[in-house]
Design a binder for this molecule. Structure first.
Ligand SMILES: *[C@@H]1O[C@H](CO)[C@@H](O)[C@H](O)[C@H]1NC(C)=O
Ligand SMILES: *[C@@H]1O[C@H](CO)[C@@H](O)[C@H](O)[C@H]1NC(C)=O
Ligand SMILES: *[C@@H]1O[C@H](CO)[C@@H](O)[C@H](O)[C@H]1NC(C)=O
Ligand SMILES: *[C@@H]1O[C@H](CO)[C@@H](O)[C@H](O)[C@H]1NC(C)=O
Length: 348
């Protein structure tokens, strides 16, 4: 039995039967996070002189994202007949204590959502973006930490003096407070993926990338030690997140009446990594990456050096991002998490 399940039993509450119903029709999928979920918001900034989209503007789903193709939110939304409202921005961290970073969840994404909720179209006097958002037909997801834990952040000790991993984790819960205050009642928190397997962070001896634009002097470091450090960070953060949800939800009663699921995307990616040919087309490749690109901001593989093997045979599109094939698995397991049927889900 998982330690969490045991903990929940002591609380007198079996997680999967605890709160809310997981199966009502979902019309809106509202997404917060970083490049693992971004479907066009960073592109809006880049193509509009770094200005954010105005409140009330719908950003259509991009067909080419940092995965090199589609990303999980629109695949999942199509599967359940929902519309995505995507606030995720490539490069985002949870809160803004790293210098020169892109918009963060706490300082940009949540305020942008609140502004969209408050928006009234001057012509109609009504909210023309959110026309059908209720507590039962809308799910909110947060998947954040890849950039917080990575290069130029905690991994390379680039945080401001005195900032800790706990400061990162303590930024996660208030995000749900804000959503709750607008009537949100269905939450899904994604765990960190095994970043130590991502070519960017894997050691050279485990087939990791060498110097790349995202980490131009990686090889000047002992990559074994950094891979190990990443393993430490990911494991610790995921454990604290998994313990944190029942603590905030069941003990501190932080979000009364809300249902809260954890999507253990860590174990899904880990399973793909350890049995690639069960998931990927031949020749299945879980250690290398498909596209070697000249800069880290661009989407798609134009100007990149690409493998002659199909993208669908790779776990990794580039050294940090999972391929569209993997996003399909993420999307289908996410849908299973919504109906509380995924083995990668923990339900409260
Ligand atoms: C994405 O692709 C679909 C067809 O698969 C197309 O209808 C749609 O217009 C495309 N969206 C964008 C933003 O290019
Ligand atoms: C709003 O969502 C409900 C189900 O959650 C659906 O029955 C209804 O048709 C939707 N209304 C509109 C205007 O989309
Ligand atoms: C790199 O770090 C590992 C783990 O600490 C150590 O075993 C190894 O000797 C180091 N390699 C070099 C070249 O210093
Ligand atoms: C995986 O892909 C990389 C990059 O194309 C390649 O160098 C490596 O040999 C491949 N590994 C396997 C096991 O096919």
């Amino acid at each position: 039995m998982r330690p969490l399940a045991l903990f929940a039993l002591f609380m007198g509450c079996v997680p999967s039967r605890c709160c809310g119903s997981g199966t009502s029709k979902i019309d809106n999928l509202i997404v917060f996070g970083d490049s693992y979920s971004d479907e066009g918001r960073l592109e809006y900034f880049l193509s509009h002189n770094n200005t954010p989209p105005p409140p009330g503007l719908y950003i259509p789903e991009a067909n080419v994202t940092k995965s090199g193709g589609k990303s999980w939110p629109q695949i999942a939304a199509k599967a359940i007949g929902a519309t995505t409202f995507n606030y995720a921005v490539t490069g985002a961290v949870c809160t803004d204590f790293f210098p020169d970073v892109l918009p963060s969840v706490q300082e940009y994404e949540v305020p942008a959502f609140l502004a969209d909720v408050a928006y009234k179209n001057p012509a109609t006097g009504t909210n023309t973006l959110y026309t059908n958002r209720t507590s039962s037909n809308t799910v909110y997801t947060l998947w954040i930490g890849t950039n917080d834990l990575g290069v130029n952040a905690f991994l390379t000790d680039s945080q401001p003096a005195g900032k800790t991993l706990d400061d990162f984790i303590q930024c996660v819960w208030p995000t749900f407070d804000y959503i709750y205050s607008t009537g949100g009642r269905k939450f899904v928190l994604f765990t960190e993926i095994p970043l130590n397997y991502a070519p960017l962070y894997a050691s050279l001896e485990h087939g990791g990338a060498g110097d790349v634009p995202r980490w131009p002097d990686k090889e000047a470091h002992n990559t074994t030690e950094y891979e190990q450090k990443m393993l430490e960070y990911v494991t610790l953060v995921n454990t604290v997140l998994e313990y944190g949800v029942p603590l905030q939800q069941s003990v501190k009663k932080r979000w009364p009446g809300a249902s809260f699921s954890i999507f253990n995307v860590h174990d899904l990616i880990s399973d793909i990594y350890h049995a690639p040919s069960d998931y990927l087309d031949a020749p299945a490749n879980a250690t290398g990456f498909y596209a070697e690109c000249p800069n880290s901001i661009q989407v798609g593989s134009a100007n990149c050096e690409v493998s002659p093997n199909p993208l669908s045979s790779f776990l990794w599109f580039d050294e940090l991002h999972m391929s569209p094939k993997v996003h399909e698995y993420i999307a289908s397991e996410f849908v299973n998490v919504l109906s509380q049927k995924s083995k990668y889900g923990i339900y409260y």
